[in-house]
Design a protein around this ligand. Structure first.
Ligand code: PGA
Length: 251
């Protein structure tokens, strides 16, 4: 059985002080997280302090991005071993904001996924179509390409650790989520493709939905058999709201 995962992607939000206030709040709100894994993805600048603050709690630490080389002359980049060293257990790869605003390619995402796994970090591989791609009827082709290239360098032994987040670009930060049914259909498709590429172990991959998830719509996604949690942006910034989402996702 797959344990649902709720990941809070804070994006470029919160100073260290604000991040620590959040953790204190979340600990009060969520004394028990049985039946769900909870991951906080603060900005790089707060990883160290958040990591210390959640030691001994059930919350885990995730990075919003990583670079694929372990070390070297790559000004401004952060490697998987550095993240592991701070206590990260997850790393997001290929978030649509990085793909679209910062020019990240499918090929770069492929390297990031492989680098994460090589350092014992669980990659959260994000895939999603834009509104234009959707209107042109290209959703499935785009998702299949992103998922295929993103997982190209991993083995059938590794695939069970993978997390894939379906995040339609038109739903992110727009207040216009996909319906549970739509997201569930895409999750099922993603699982079928993973099964074709990796065989049986693909059944262990956790598939998340992301894009305008709130306490009002979380039940729709949590109720889908192929959706195993959510990657949450805006609604993960407040401890009470995020705690509500976590509780609604426990199985
Ligand atoms: P949102 O962001 O929940 O604010 O729409 C989701 C994401 O980008 O992961």
């Amino acid at each position: 059985m797959r344990i649902p995962l709720m990941a809070g992607n804070w994006k470029m939000n919160k100073t260290v002080r604000e991040a620590l206030d959040f953790v204190a709040g979340l600990k009060t709100q969520l004394p028990d997280t049985s039946g769900v894994d909870v991951v906080l993805c603060p900005p790089f600048t707060a990883l160290s302090d958040v990591g210390r603050a959640i030691t001994g709690s059930p919350f885990e630490l995730g990075a919003q991005d990583l670079y694929w080389e372990p070390r070297g002359a790559f000004t401004g980049e952060i490697s998987a071993p550095m993240l592991w060293d701070l206590g990260c257990t997850y790393a997001i790869a290929g978030h649509s904001e990085r793909r679209r605003v910062l020019g990240e390619t499918d090929d770069a995402v492929r390297r990031k996924v492989a680098a994460a796994l090589a350092s014992e970090l669980i990659p959260i591989l994000c895939v999603g179509e834009s509104l234009e791609e959707r209107d042109d009827g290209r959703t499935e082709r785009i998702l299949q390409t992103q998922a295929r290239i993103g997982t190209m360098d991993i083995t059938a032994e590794q695939v069970g650790q993978l997390v894939v987040a379906y995040e339609p670009v038109w739903a992110i930060g727009t207040g216009r989520p996909a319906t549970g049914e739509e997201a569930g259909r895409i999750a099922r498709l993603l699982r079928q493709w993973l099964h074709e590429w990796f065989g049986e172990p693909a059944g262990g991959v956790r598939i998340l939905y992301g894009g305008s998830v709130t306490p009002d719509n979380i039940a729709e996604f949590a109720g889908q058999p192929d959706i195993d949690g959510a990657l949450v942006g805006g609604a993960s910034l407040d401890p009470a709201t995020f705690a509500t989402l976590v509780r609604a996702s426990a199985r």
